[in-house]
Design a protein around this ligand. Structure first.
Ligand code: HEC
Length: 393
């Protein structure tokens, strides 16, 4: 039987959602005048108290960096330099393209240990200003000669639900905990691996626990395993835009009796879009369809999701905080069914110095129908390309 909640009309809900978005967008854009260009924006507040030399990025690189990193950017020999750690090879696009300028400027300004790297990478903050280091980075970027690789600046903080466009080498462990009615805990291990220049494969392994009407818990139920392939179809560093397409197959491996499986294979194609906004702001949009193979098990469904957020660093060289708000919509395609809306305020924070282990905590609030459960949501993300889980703390 349909319950009705006359005080929660979908129109009112839309007004709330849209105003929250507008408010967020406004606060993100409001301090945009502090920043002059895309590369300065966002991840670090810029310190320009040093008097700048007139040397070009290349000239500074040749004087300050080429000794160790090589005039060709490949990195000198550990033996000849008497170092323990090989200096980074800037010609390796697979490595270089995914590191945003902000992280590299932090390493060059504060020295290797600021991001959990070796002390053999010296700090240049006394000698070179952030502005000069930016010029050096612009030169360092010329060592990777293939623009096909999407730049790390387009790798926006991951939201709890909305899938991002950037291809990743990462593992994410999420828990979604129902906090009303009968309890349920759904966990998800997502493994993502890049291949080629613009592609990524992903595997999603869900499992969970649920509470019986009597109060007892039953556990270890497996959910529907999903396998997907993502491809970046467009990316543009100058405009801060990235767009990709993903095809996913969800297999009926889950336990249907406990609600952890749909009992049918589901095809899920979707598109994801990411856009940098001024002053560390960003937006993700994901939209797609779910086509169950067996129509008596599940309905065709359309979904659209968006996350709006902003990154900031209270300490310019420290942790990155990214508050976000997600808006989730879905509708079964059969005519007459209602659109479901959820809103998920959340906060992502980098946990370690290398910033490759992250935590995100949020709360999913159903807005169109107070009868559905609210959920506490959390994930731990490990960007494994950047090092082991226990490295860089
Ligand atoms: C004394 C040698 C030395 C000099 C001089 C030097 N570096 Fe390095 N650099 C290193 C070493 C060694 C590493 C590798 C550190 C590690 O992997 O733990 C490194 C790593 C880096 C990294 C990579 C961080 C990452 O994400 O992996 C950047 C960026 C960098 N250096 C920039 C510079 C810049 C810019 C200059 C000049 C202003 C410079 N370095 C000068 C030795 C040096």
């Amino acid at each position: 039987m349909e319950k009705s909640y006359p005080h929660k009309k979908p129109q009112n809900v839309l007004v709330i959602l849209v105003s929250t978005f507008v408010f967020f967008a406004f606060t993100a854009l409001n301090d945009s005048d502090k920043y002059s260009s895309l590369t300065d924006e966002g991840f670090y507040s810029i310190d320009t108290t040093y008097t700048d030399s007139k040397l070009s990025g290349k000239e500074i690189y040749m004087q300050a960096c080429a000794n160790c990193h090589g005039t060709d950017g490949k990195g000198g020999s550990v033996k000849q330099l008497g170092l323990q750690t090989p200096p980074a090879d800037f010609t390796d696009c697979d490595f270089a393209s995914r590191e945003p300028d902000g992280d590299w400027i932090a390493v060059a300004h504060q020295g290797g240990p600021t991001r959990g790297f070796s002390t053999e990478m010296p700090a240049f903050g006394e000698a070179l200003s952030v502005e000069e280091l930016q010029r050096v980075m612009n030169y360092v970027r010329t060592f990777c000669t293939n623009d096909n690789w999407p730049r790390g600046e387009l790798n926006l903080p991951r939201a709890l639900v909305t899938e991002k466009a950037y291809p990743e080498d990462e593992a994410v462990f999420s828990s979604f905990i129902d906090v009303e009615n009968e309890g349920a805990v759904t966990n998800e291990i997502v493994y993502e691996q890049r291949f080629g220049i613009r592609n990524q494969i992903e595997i999603v392994f869900p499992f969970g626990y649920s509470q019986m009407p009597g109060g007892d818990w039953s556990g270890g139920h497996m959910g529907d395993l999903a396998v997907g392939v993502k491809r970046v179809v467009y990316h543009n560093y100058e405009s801060g835009t990235i767009f990709s397409l993903t095809g996913e197959v969800i297999l009926p491996t889950g336990d249907t009796a406990t609600g952890f499986g749909k009992g049918t294979t589901v095809l899920e194609p979707f598109a994801s879009f990411g856009q940098l906004l001024p002053a560390g702001g960003f937006i993700h949009v994901q939209t797609g369809l779910e086509y169950p193979m067996l129509k008596d098990k599940a309905e065709d469904e359309a979904f659209w999701r968006a996350a709006l957020g902003k990154s900031f660093n209270p300490n310019p060289w420290g942790r990155t905080w990214s508050p976000m708000v997600e808006m989730l919509g879905s509708k079964e395609l059969e005519s007459g069914t209602e659109v479901h809306w959820d809103i998920v305020p959340q906060m992502q924070v980098t946990l370690n110095k290398r910033q490759h282990i992250m935590l995100n905590v949020g709360y999913r609030i159903p807005v169109d129908d107070a009868g559905r459960d609210s959920q506490f949501m959390v994930y731990i993300l490990w960007d494994w390309f950047d090092g082991g889980f226990f490295e860089g703390w």
